[in-house]
Design a protein around this ligand. Structure first.
Ligand SMILES: [Zn+2]
Ligand SMILES: [Zn+2]
Length: 547
């Protein structure tokens, strides 16, 4: 089989994790990229704002990249775009709402790079280098989401981004089953599909079940209703607006990103909210409580979000009232359970009524569950299958589901980020390994923080720091003055009173006694003494000056 017929599938993000989705397709030296998302840090990634994919592979081949296709406007698919376009300036293919959300985002972040948008509609196609890309509609928790049929001389690949089979979605636009069936009649060589809910049995409920639940909450709430969700969960914003309208409440939106997104979605007619339903937040705060709904971010318990600040009593614009009902309309992203739980407890402590998806059906997933995933495979009947979007255990489970509906084990590959897969002669095989790790973003620093720094931060956070300043005579090597000792986050002031003089004494003895001369040995002397006394291991640093 000649190299000319080989399609390379290059997972750069989203395989082996939930978030920062990015996939590259390479054929005859030309590349298209699907999605450029971010992921939020795990609990042990201290001081990290967010994580973007490592796309070194693409940066090195920037002149071979022909386009970036963004399937929908969620952060785990578009969040890294600003970093992408800094390195790779190619046309961006996306539907009108996705383009609008990206534009608003780049403006908010004051990105200097010019973007060339190629706005596409579901049902259309683009020829990008050797790739023919067909966009088709999928229902999800944001309108205007598409998945892709990608045709090259190596065959037809279906890239299912986030989707569900909702027959009664909020925007009335279900997944394009006819298109999927048409692909099947053409013969699908490889199906890649969203694994987020591969561990959930049954069907994901329709978005339409949320409406009545919201209605009930809005009708029963005595005071204000504060609904928290993701800024990009546009369908949910529509449902809140509908419930507000029905229950005689006005809706205010708090938070920059949500205000922006609502503006864009209304302008492009993806949100149907009458002008007189929306009031500025300043006005809402002067209205009677039972006439108001405030929409904001923070359903994941993020401390910097509005709900996070309300729970901590640090929100500047308005404070929580005991009569407020707070609705957390999302499901915990794996790893966020703890911070959500803490936030709920704080809200309750302030007297608010809190409703999450355990209490009432005010959230449904935007992702297909097992029966939908199996239906997709049966509908498409692909020759090969590759699970994407999910932690390893979700990917494995999804591959198992594929086998249950008749995809042979040899035609399924489970890989994580950085493992190239090749489609050649209707078969898939493993290619080489490339970098596919994390790039941490912290303020203006992008990629400078590595695992080593993260480890140090963990050690500092757990055990604190112990600092010793020593000056020695450069000729005799003896300590001139009493060593200075500083400690933070390690021991209480009382403990320090006994510990610190003893450390000074031991350092003096060690150095002046002649046994210990270099920094490493002095550090070890201090470390072993501190561990012997406290059973803890703080970070020990010394500054050694000779004069
Ligand atoms: Zn999504
Ligand atoms: Zn996603």
């Amino acid at each position: 089989m000649s190299k000319k017929n080989k399609l390379r599938i290059i997972p750069l993000g989203g395989l082996g994790e939930v978030g920062k989705n990015m996939m590259a397709y390479e054929f005859a030296g030309e590349i298209i990229v699907v999605d450029a998302g971010i992921m939020f840090p795990e609990n042990d990634m201290l001081g990290v704002d967010y994580i973007i994919p490592d796309f070194e592979y693409l940066i090195k081949r920037a002149d071979q990249v022909r386009g970036l296709i963004l399937t929908h406007g969620h952060e785990d698919h578009i969040g890294a775009i600003q970093h992408f376009i800094e390195h790779i300036n190619v046309p961006i293919y996306a539907t009108p709402l996705t383009c609008g959300l990206i534009e608003a985002k780049l403006l908010r972040n004051k990105s200097q790079n010019k973007v060339q948008f190629k706005t596409v509609q579901a049902g259309e196609s683009s020829d990008i280098g050797p790739f023919k890309v067909e966009y088709f509609h999928v229902s999800h928790s944001i309108p205007d989401a598409v998945s892709l049929g990608i045709t090259t001389p190596a065959g037809l690949v279906i890239h299912m981004s986030d989707f569900k089979f909702d027959h009664t979605p909020v925007d009335g636009w279900p997944t394009d089953f006819a298109k999927l069936a048409e692909f099947a009649t053409r013969g699908v060589d490889l199906l890649l599909s969203d694994s987020t809910n591969a561990e959930r049995a049954g069907w994901t409920p329709s978005e339409s079940i949320i409406g009545p639940a919201f209605d009930q909450v809005f009708a029963e709430a005595k005071g204000r209703v504060i609904v928290a969700t993701f800024a990009s969960l546009i369908s949910r914003i529509q449902q809140v607006a509908d419930a507000a309208q029905k229950n005689g409440r006005k809706m205010a939106i708090a938070g920059l990103s949500m205000v922006d997104n609502v503006k864009v979605a209304r302008k492009l007619k993806y949100l149907d909210i009458p002008d007189d339903l929306i009031v500025p937040i300043e006005q809402a705060l002067t209205m009677q409580d039972h006439k108001v709904v405030i929409m904001c971010t923070g359903s994941q318990g993020e401390p910097s979000s509005i709900v996070g600040r309300l729970s901590a009593g640090t929100n500047r614009q308005f404070a929580l009232k005991p009569s407020d009902t707070v609705v957390l309309s999302s499901h915990p992203i794996p790893g966020n359970e703890e911070s959500i739980s803490k936030t709920i407890n704080r809200l309750l402590r302030r007297g608010a009524n809190v409703i999450d998806d355990q209490v009432a059906p005010i959230h449904v997933s935007g992702h297909a569950a097992q029966e939908e995933q199996k239906l997709l495979i049966n509908l498409v009947r692909p020759k090969n299958f590759m699970p994407i979007h999910g932690e390893l255990r979700m990917l494995k489970r999804h591959a198992q589901l594929a086998r249950e509906v008749g995809i042979a084990e040899g035609n399924t590959l489970v890989v994580e980020n950085g493992q190239v897969v090749e489609l050649i002669g209707n078969k898939i095989q493993l290619g080489e390994l490339i970098p596919g790790g994390y790039v941490f973003v912290h303020g203006e620093s992008i990629g400078d923080i590595d695992r080593g720094i993260m480890k140090e931060r963990g050690q500092l956070a757990r055990n604190g720091i112990f600092l010793v300043d020593i000056s020695v005579d450069k000729d005799s090597g003896k300590i001139l003055n009493e060593p200075e000792v500083l400690t933070r986050g390690f021991v209480s002031p009382e403990e320090a009173q006994t510990l610190l003089p003893e450390v000074r004494k031991r350092v003096l003895q060690a150095v002046n006694g002649g046994g210990v001369t270099n920094e490493k040995d002095i550090i070890n002397t201090i470390k072993s003494y501190l561990h012997q006394e406290t059973r803890r291991r703080p970070m020990v640093l010394i500054t050694l000056s000779k004069s």
